[in-house]
Design a protein around this ligand. Sequence first.
Ligand code: NAI
Length: 236
Amino acid sequence: MTENLRGKIALVTGGASGIGAATVKRLQDCGAVVIVADLGGDTPIDVTDERAVDAFVAQVVDEHGRLDIAANVAGTSGVYANVADATTRSWRQTLEVNLDAVFYCLRAELRAMRAAGNGGSIVNVASSAGKMGVPGLSAYSASKHGVIGLTKSAALEVAREGIRVNAVCPGTIRTPMLRGFVGGDEETLEKMGRRAPIGRIGEPDEIAEAIVWLCSDAASFVTGHALEADGGVAAI
Ligand code: NAI
């Protein structure tokens, strides 16, 4: 189904690759004007820099008049290490990108939407690792649990203002991040997919579909939700 987002102004962090790039395309196909905030974007933006985030969102509002939709997709897998062996530096780096930056973006987006008074919809990308423990990926899992808590709390704060805040929790999705994590080994990717109840790995478009649905008025009564798009992993 194609949601009608004609004329909506949408911001996508992490929109230069993987799930973010698929989300940009899907939003554009639905008629939205999409602005990308990404380290690899035409004008690189680092979402861990709160001043840069504030300035970027202010610039979007200046140029387009308002912000209707935001998808906070930028993230990192972090490095693989058990807690007992992990460094403080790698812990902080993962939390900084996956949780602090989502807070900076969400805060700036909420302020912009609130100021315009027209409501809005924000989707934060968490992970199935935000709902379960993952040995070797404790910082990643903790950061994604944090994204879900942040999403639900913010949703409750702004529900009466017509602003909806939701999260999407993808399972294993074929993106450059996951490819990098398995050292580019396609067979390992396929093996990971076979472990999911659905028996295969997911594609970025399948997550973009869930994000765009939550962003759209089709999900007008949905807020504070963490939607699993994981091939059944959370149902195990
Ligand atoms: P990806 O690596 O293909 O894309 C991530 C994008 O975020 C890149 O374009 C990168 O430049 C950008 N980014 C990273 N740090 C940034 C920063 N500090 N400032 C601005 N941009 C930054 O990764 P993928 O797989 O598309 O991941 C997107 C989101 O989906 C992440 O939050 C990830 O944790 C989440 N996710 C991915 C899963 C997967 O299996 N691929 C599974 C579950 C969640």
